[in-house]
Design a protein. Sequence first.
Length: 407
Amino acid sequence: MSSSTKVGARWMSLFTLAWLAIWTVQLTPVQLLLPLQLDTPEDDWIRGVVSSGLVLGIGGLAGILAGPVAGALSDRAGAGRRRRRPWALGGVWLTVLCLILTGFTEGPWAVGAAWVGVSIGVAVSSAAFTALIADQLPPTQRGAASAAVGSSQAVGIVLGVGLVVLLGLGILSGYLLLAGIIAVVGTAAAVLLPDPPASEALLPTRGEGRLLASLRDRDFAWMLSGRLVANVGNALGTALFLFFLLHGLGQPNAEAQDNLLLLIVVYTVFVVIASVLTGVISDRTGNRRTLTVASTLVQASSGVLIALVPTFEATMVAAALMGLGYGAFSTVGLAFAADLLPDERDHARDLGIVNVTAALGQLIGPVLGAGLVALVGGFWLVFVMAAVLSVVGGILTAFARQRVRQA
């Protein structure tokens, strides 16, 4: 049940560390390890892009099922039992095992099968941790917690890619490092964050027909659709950066990896700035919808810039714009979603669905991007579509009505 009592720095610190670990192990392979595993020779590079996109897309399909299912099951824990901790721990350790397995596999089919396990583990643990926002935080702290989720996403990419690149790790050693990070940090956060036992009041009555009740809520459905589309736009603008540097700008492998890290650092700085500022502003004003819609327009400008000026210098500026837009969107959008939750008995299930729109968007993007690259033999259409989908996501979000906030 949502609380009216504010949590302290310890809660926020543990929550932030949990998400930092989750994003690190999910996005480092997406940005670096999987493209390196699946890259193909220069005379057949499009096949590597397509293989990478398909692997990520299959993982996304697994995640879209696993997140809401795990959330719904945790919502229905019996009275007196912990609702979130068992699922958080189970998801963390499934992720650990499958990351190790991914590191030892070769070829798109084997890598894809192992990555499905990683995606399921991440989706399950994400559903459990996200539910804590609605379970334990008053509305006036949801923006701050959402800022922790959003900024941790960008910092996690820098942390993971930076460690792999700067330490000179290979593919296997990179996956083993990520497995160690989520094992230690994820387990500690799951155990130390509070998880009060479920009460009879929060258990649904049998026969209520609640399976898709949240999707029948007008405002929640509009928010959800806008979040999915805008996340696909973000993924189109970022997920193929390594391939863009290698084959769009013609940079050598080592230079492309170094420049990828530089782009990620720039992106991260602006994601963190936007996340913190907009999280605080939205908590104080309660006007989450306007900030969410405006952020999609900033994100769209990034894709337009790269499409018009396909140089590394312009890509640096675009990374900053993408960071500003997505940092604000992911933070305020998540807080907006928490405000729109239809029923507190289904917090984990519904926030699991919200998580899936973000994760699925990030994993649909590479599949769609690979198809667009194959269609035109280059990357310009990828960035044009990134801009278009960002704007469409903002329009859809604008149809969700802002609810009156209660203290």
